[in-house]
Design a protein around this ligand. Structure first.
Ligand code: FAD
Length: 402
């Protein structure tokens, strides 16, 4: 049975995230958002990220016996919501490290020591991680479960001695230019369909053959960076491959499920902030002699906003439990793909409604709601489109509800 009550440790973690986000992150958000060049914007963000990592927020997902925080999905959600309430892009950049490190929960003992070790030991706050999958022919291709061998991942990993040579191009990668540790998805078996032919490889940013290309300038989420990455016959030893050759598809599924939920939790934070701004404005704005919240049109709009946020939160809390307890959850964990879709809808509607309550001010640049609208818009695309996620759910996860 799941319980929505946070433990005392979870409450303390939530308070710590909120305190850090409010005191350290909030003061730089407005400035970093307006810096035109994404590399320069990262220059403003990096000292705060550095501080957050020094505090241990990048290693919360690593089990306690290895020196990490032992966080499950509930804590990951807390982190995403609290940072998302202050800035979407920063939250995403931070939790990508958390969810990437969690991938090694299913790695070998040697991989855990080799790759978690330096992150745990790091006192400089530079150990950012990235997961690298999307390619120019289409991000939605990456999850392709169909038998056609031409579909899916095109980056190749060809056996060479006691390792693999990786060749290809990736794009839109969060933290791609900043990460110390990256995990790349490549095709070890191009003769087999995507789902039977992929593997993920861990590597350090200094590995010969790896290079960073263009930095993307996004309309929202501007406190995180996204980059093109190139692999020019980059050699990695076989022990850095996750799982057996050709059997890495489950890793991409795991990333999708965890990242989808974490992205949805980020949107709870964004929507919460938009709602709080709108509520305050509705109480203070006097039109025709009374605060606009006293007009039913405004108050019911706020009620609907609250309902959407609380519904999303309840769904995410249940799915966090399902991801942490897959054996008991009877496949419910697979629905995080759709929670992500729903969160995109909620954040879009709530931020637009908040702007409406602000009237003319809601359409002006420079008020916080305008930025929240831009940030929230990213959600529908990141981690795959609605149609692909619905199709996969329909094909594999439609079971009777008991
Ligand atoms: C801010 C941001 C951060 C990101 N971070 C990362 C990261 O860290 N790592 C990483 O690997 N990738 C990352 N991505 C890439 C992201 O996952 C992809 O953009 C996403 O999967 C969509 O891929 P695409 O942009 O190539 O769109 P496409 O795959 O070209 O899809 C475009 C449109 O086609 C339609 N469509 C596609 N497939 C179907 C289908 N099966 N059925 C019906 N319609 C369909 C939909 O309308 C869809 O929106 C990031 C992207 C952004 C914007």
């Amino acid at each position: 049975m799941y319980d929505f009550t946070l433990t005392s440790e979870q409450k303390a973690f939530k308070a710590m995230c909120r305190n850090f986000a409010t005191k350290e992150l909030a003061p730089i958000v407005g400035k970093a958002d307006l810096v035109p060049d994404p590399k320069d914007a990262w220059g403003v963000v990096a000292p705060v990220m550095n501080k957050a990592l020094k505090l241990g927020l990048g290693k919360v997902g690593i089990p306690e016996e290895y020196g990490g925080g032992g966080a499950g999905m509930v804590e990951t959600m807390i982190l995403a919501e609290e940072f998302g309430a202050v800035d979407y892009g920063f939250a995403m950049s931070l939790w990508v490290t958390t969810t990437a490190t969690r991938l090694l929960l299913n790695g070998t003992e040697a991989q855990k020591k080799k790759w978690w070790g330096p992150t745990i030991a790091d006192e400089t706050g530079k150990y950012i991680w990235a997961t690298v999958s999307t390619e120019p022919p289409g991000g939605n291709e990456m999850m392709c479960p169909l038998p056609d061998t031409q579909m899916g991942i095109h980056t190749s990993a060809i056996r060479d001695g006691k390792g693999y040579r990786i060749k290809g191009q990736k794009l839109f990668i969060t933290n791609g230019g900043e990460a110390e540790v990256l995990i790349v998805n490549a095709r070890t078996r191009p003769d087999l369909p995507n789902a039977q032919g992929c593997n993920w490889f861990l590597f350090h940013k200094d590995t010969p053959g790896f290079s960073v290309g263009r930095y993307d300038s996004k309309i929202g989420g501007r406190l995180s960076t996204n980059t093109e990455l190139f692999f020019d016959d980059m050699w990695v030893p076989e022990e850095d491959m996750i799982g057996e050759e050709g059997k890495g598809f489950w890793v991409i599924e795991r990333i999708y499920l965890e990242n989808s939920l974490t992205l949805a939790a980020t949107c709870i934070g964004v929507a919460r902030t938009a709602y709080n701004y709108a509520l305050e404005h509705a109480r203070n704005r006097i039109i025709w002699g009374k605060p606009i919240i006293e007009y039913q049109g405004t108050s019911t709009r706020l009620v609907q906003m609250k309902l959407k946020i609380e519904t999303l939160r309840a769904l995410c809390e249940k799915l966090a439990w399902a991801l942490d307890n897959p054996a008991e959850a009877e496949g419910l964990d697979k629905l995080t793909k759709l929670a992500k879709y729903y969160s995109g809808q909620v954040v879009h509607e709530v931020t637009a409604d908040a702007a409406y309550i602000f009237g003319g001010y809601g359409l002006m640049k420079g008020i916080p709601v305008e930025k929240l609208i831009r940030d929230g818009l990213l959600t529908r695309v990141v981690e795959g489109c609605v149609e692909a996620n619905e199709w996969m759910t329909a094909q594999y996860d439609l079971k009777p509800i008991v």
